[in-house]
Design a protein. Structure first.
Length: 93
């Protein structure tokens, strides 16, 4: 049986498409503009490398901001808790 070696890796886009001015990273997926624009043309190895970088950036950001683990303790003013991310686009690839 032949198995297609292509993994068909999905985009990490979360639909929260807003670029942070300081870091130049998307607040939703932690990719930079180059990674976002090239995603469709990347091979699986390149996509996996970007996903790994995104995870590293996410954890680095959490450490820098010392984000507390407060799951379930969101207020009514927290738009994210209500699934309303605010300034979003239709998502990216």
């Amino acid at each position: 049986m032949n198995v297609d070696p292509k993994l068909n890796i999905a985009s990490p886009c979360r639909g929260i498409c807003k670029i942070d001015e300081d870091s130049q990273l998307c607040l939703g997926c932690q990719r930079n503009i180059d990674e976002i624009s090239r995603w469709r043309k990347m091979n699986d190895d390149q996509k996996l490398a970007v996903l790994s970088d995104c995870l590293t950036r996410t954890y680095s950001l959490a450490d820098a901001q010392q984000i507390p683990n407060s799951a379930g303790n969101s207020s009514k003013d927290d738009n994210m808790a209500e699934g309303l991310p605010g300034n979003t686009s239709e998502g990216c690839e």
